[in-house]
Design a protein around this ligand. Structure first.
Ligand SMILES: Cc1cc2nc3c(=O)[nH]c(=O)nc-3n(C[C@H](O)[C@H](O)[C@H](O)COP(=O)(O)O)c2cc1C
Length: 227
């Protein structure tokens, strides 16, 4: 059990990789592990597109970069900076040994006639895909691999669809880079426990209100109480 907890805490986002490739069998095992995530209605709305060929990675990275360039221009970013930014992004994606495009399909999800419930159903699919994606990151970590979750595709879904021949009813949601780590990042700071856990009722801006309600004091002593 403690091994699982350790793995959960020790996984880091890895953005630099060794050039060596990932064995096909390992990649398959990682993707299979992703599919053991929970999903609403067990609909398993995740779909993953695997890119290992340099040309395929470049096609995707370029397509996303084109959209980003336009948006940076709209934001008023100077031309030189726009190019420096997107070139960094292209380099990051094309230098990773494996790219995994995490997509979502609504085909096995429920259909509602009203927008409100349909949006909720869509969110259930997003949440399910996120659970599978987290499984994937952890399975990579368990295999001595590193990975990073990138949000880029969600900002340019149509360009990504066009680049990789993805049908309209499948939504590109995230891009994962994968490979053997070439860096050991420090753990980014986490929120203090009392700032994200609330007992009974949500406090005003922090957990202190609910701490008081529970007869607990916020601060280090708070950690003595289990959920
Ligand atoms: C939905 C989501 C989107 C993310 N998008 C990016 C991204 O576009 N670029 C990036 O460098 N990291 C991205 N990350 C990684 C986070 O920056 C990282 O998880 C966070 O800083 C905590 O670091 P850790 O994963 O090492 O614990 C994303 C993570 C998530 C869950």
């Amino acid at each position: 059990m403690s091994q699982i907890i350790d793995a959960l805490k020790q996984r880091r986002s890895i953005r630099k990789y060794q050039p060596r490739s990932v064995p096909k069998e390992t990649l398959r095992q990682i993707l299979e592990t992703a599919s053991y995530a929970p999903s609403a209605h067990n609909a398993q709305p995740w779909r993953f597109i695997v890119l290992t060929e340099a040309e395929d990675k470049t096609v995707l990275a370029d397509a996303m970069a084109q959209v980003w360039l336009v948006e940076l221009e709209k934001d008023g970013s100077p031309k030189k900076m726009r190019w420096a930014t997107v070139n960094r992004s292209i380099d990051r994606f094309t230098s990773a040994p494996v790219l995994l495009l995490a997509c979502m399909s609504m085909e096995n999800m429920d259909v509602y006639s009203d927008e409100k419930r349909q949006r909720a159903e869509h969110d259930l699919a997003v949440q399910s895909l996120a659970a599978a994606t987290q499984n994937l990151l952890l399975a990579a970590h368990a295999n001595g691999l590193g990975a990073c979750w990138y949000c880029a595709p969600i900002f340019c879904q149509d360009a990504v669809r066009q680049a990789l021949g993805i049908p309209d009813n499948v939504e590109p949601q995230a891009l994962l880079t994968l490979g053997y780590p070439a860096e050991t990042p420090k753990t980014p700071k986490r929120l203090a426990f009392e700032n994200f856990v609330f007992y009974g009722k949500m406090g005003l801006g922090s957990g202190s209100l609910s701490c008081k309600k529970m007869g607990l004091r916020s601060g280090s002593g708070y950690f003595l109480f289990s959920l």
